[in-house]
Design a binder for this molecule. Structure first.
Ligand code: DGY
Length: 322
């Protein structure tokens, strides 16, 4: 059977696929256009989807053999999974293997923005460090502060676990409150979003992107945050109204932001890149060599199961049998 891989991935995880199937990899160093993708999917049995958008139009145009779209990523808002189900196509994702790595990045950029690490690095590189100045480049303390986590699933909880080492008070909001034991282990207290925003010194966004979470953080919610607070987003850009965030930063409604994801990737709202109190990284939440390779192994496992007629381990939709 033919498996199309929509972006380069390391050989090791793909070799398991190659033992059983014909694997065709997009060798261009870019995401394919919808047309190019559809052309490849005309005779494919599986798509290992790396960063491609698989919407209704694509799903209507693919060939009849396509059984599974195995997303390389935990977030699958790039795929219309419900419509795929109607067409009898399975959709899978890659949870768990990237939880800790993504939480690490949330902390990396949280610390960077609070302690002005990026600015300080640029200062030294520019030759401006002429000797120790007791009150230069001062940032905000992280330890002992209040962390608010919006979206306390696997990654949100991993962000919360790290806060314990910093002696922080942890608040969280989740669609469904966590069970008492998990809450206790995390030392976290459930709150409604608005109350959490008012009390937190750092707000970490960890909700998936859905119709309900689109612009969850808008102008009104930003205005609830403390002027000394920082917003950290490593989930999906459209969870934040980026224009409203820019305004909040310019008007000093909040102290800073650390963003790994953007509303209209790869574009960044003009103005954000001018601000020193903003740390920007290019969607590298799960970006360690080990984790991104592990994600590929998970996608491969899902495809092998599906093509053998077994339920793939990480199915996220309920395909109607055709
Ligand atoms: C994920 O796993 O969702 C990452 O953002 C990569 O797309």
């Amino acid at each position: 059977m033919k498996v199309f891989v929509s972006y380069w991935l390391p050989d090791a995880p793909l070799n398991a696929l190659r033992e059983k199937h014909t694997v065709v990899v997009n060798e261009e160093n870019r995401v394919l256009t919808a047309q190019e993708l559809v052309a490849q999917l005309a005779d494919s049995d599986a798509l290992l989807c790396v960063g491609s958008r698989v919407d209704r139009a694509v799903l209507d145009a693919v060939g009849p053999r396509l059984k599974i779209v195995a997303n390389w990523g935990v977030g699958y808002n790039n795929i219309d999974a419900d419509y795929a189900a109607q067409k009898g196509i399975m959709v899978t994702n890659t949870p768990d293997v990237l939880t800790e790595t993504t939480a690490d990045l949330s902390w990396a950029i949280l610390m960077a923005v609070a302690r002005r690490v990026v600015e300080a690095d640029a200062y030294v590189r520019a030759g401006q460090f002429q000797g120790f100045k007791p009150f230069a480049m001062l940032g905000a303390d992280v330890w002992g502060k209040t962390l608010g986590i919006i979206g306390c699933g696997r990654i949100g909880q991993a962000v919360g676990r790290r806060a314990q080492g910093f002696g922080m008070r942890v608040l969280y909001h989740n669609r469904k409150p966590l069970d008492k034991e998990t809450e206790r282990a995390l030392g976290a207290r459930y709150m409604e979003i608005d109350a959490l925003l008012k009390e937190s010194d750092f707000v970490s966004l960890n909700v998936p992107l859905t119709e309900e979470t689109l612009h969850l953080i808008d102008a009104r919610r930003l205005s609830l945050m403390k002027p000394s607070a920082f917003l950290v987003n490593t989930t999906r850009g459209p969870v934040v109204d980026e224009q409203a965030l820019l305004t909040a930063l310019l008007e000093k409604q909040i102290a800073g932001a650390a963003l790994d994801v953007f509303e209209k990737e790869p574009a960044v709202t003009p103005g954000l890149t001018e601000l020193p109190n903003v740390v920007l990284t290019p969607h590298i939440g799960s970006g360690s060599w080990e984790t991104r390779t592990a994600m590929a192994y998970v996608s491969v496992r899902n495809i092998i199961a599906a093509l053998e007629g077994q339920p793939p381990p990480n199915l996220v939709n309920k395909p109607i049998c055709q």
